[in-house]
Design a protein around this ligand. Structure first.
Ligand code: TXA
Ligand code: MG
Length: 319
């Protein structure tokens, strides 16, 4: 990364207030941040990402109090705000004044408080809420370090604030709390955690539910997303790992036999949080390894497992 474009917080805040875009570290993935009150800046996000306008952006704020200036809290939302700062995005009725470009014309808005010192300092220094999708080109693998942001967005951004590698590694959980709690995108907060806090069941949206909550199916929820350049397919549970040297392999905890192509193991300890943290960087390395194809295995479906498996299925083009 060129040091000239590695911004400190003051320079990043100034760029944002000039209407420019900045790569912002968060605990989940790097965001492509812009002033949420500046329509021209918001438009720049869609252009830089190549993102269709029907996919709404989420707004990043410094605390729950600021969240309730952009979104109308419900009793459930107030209880869930105990998870902030943290990887939870709440979909709530939007307050007046929120730009239609952010919400894609919906009457709801996504809001979250990132659990990252730099992100919080940047929001406070800018003095405005920040709209920030993941800082990747549309449909591609999300960035978990500053260099990933440069790879896909150099030329469209003022710079990146380098916060090192992201601790969670997959995006926030997107939850619509009302009328009944439903996860629209599994992510860094597990369904079990949400059910513990709410004391009631939390549903996981199927394709029909997602379509119904959005003007058109949102790409973050589309079948093909998080896609490597080379084709990726999921390994069947009873299938042996391929041994051809041009097939890359993405394993959860048990390393495939040495014979074979480039291989990544997400967590030797079998730890799902560690696997999530490594997922996108491992996908990028295998994508750049020279292999012609990739085979990945799903992880256990508990805790962060559903969120990891969601990304793998979409990377394989399966919704
Ligand atoms: O962890 C994250 O959430 C990262 C970091 C940068 O904060 N951001 C992120 O943004 O993943 P993005 O734009 O890549 O994904 C936001 C997701 C999209 O799938 C979008 O469709 C959904 O949230 N979303 C946003 N507003 C919504 C709304 N009003 N109703 C339903 N879904 C919404
Ligand atoms: Mg994204």
């Amino acid at each position: 990364m060129s040091a000239a474009n590695s911004l400190d917080i003051a320079a990043a805040a100034a760029a944002i207030l000039r209407g420019e875009l900045v790569g912002m570290p968060t605990e989940t993935v790097y965001g492509l941040a812009a002033n949420a009150t500046d329509a021209a800046a918001i438009l720049r996000i869609f252009t830089a990402k190549g993102r269709p306008h029907f996919d709404p952006l989420i707004i990043h704020v410094a605390d729950a109090e600021q969240a309730w200036t952009v979104a109308e809290p419900s009793p459930r939302a107030r209880r869930l705000a105990i998870l902030w700062p943290g990887p939870l995005t709440l979909i709530l009725p939007r307050k007046a004044g929120i730009n239609d470009l952010i919400t894609s014309g919906l009457d709801t808005v996504g809001v979250r408080v990132p659990d990252h010192k730099i992100a919080l300092a940047l929001i406070r220094a800018a003095g405005v809420p920040l709209a920030a999708p993941s800082a990747n080109r549309f449909g591609r693998i999300s960035p978990t370090c500053a260099a990933h942001v440069w790879e896909q967005l150099d030329g469209s951004i003022a710079g990146v604030v380098d916060g090192g590698a992201c601790r969670v590694g997959i995006e926030s959980t997107v939850l619509r709390p009302d009328p009944l709690p439903m996860i629209l995108r599994p992510g860094g907060v597990s369904r079990e955690q949400l059910e513990d806090i709410l004391g009631e069941p939390v549903a996981m949206a199927g394709r029909e539910d997602r379509a119904e909550s959005l003007p058109q199916q949102a790409p973050g929820m589309l079948a093909s997303h998080y896609a490597p350049r080379i084709p990726l397919r999921l390994r069947a549970a009873d299938e042996a790992w391929p041994t051809a040297t041009d097939v890359a392999r993405l394993a959860f905890s048990a390393a495939p036999a040495q014979l074979g192509g480039p291989t990544e193991v997400l967590s030797v300890r079998g730890d799902l949080a560690e696997a999530a943290m490594h997922l996108f960087a491992a996908l990028r390395r295998l994508d750049a390894s020279g292999a012609q194809r990739m085979v990945a295995e799903l992880v256990p479906d508990v805790g962060l497992g559903p969120a990891i498996n969601d990304r793998l299925r979409r990377a394989a083009g399966l919704g």
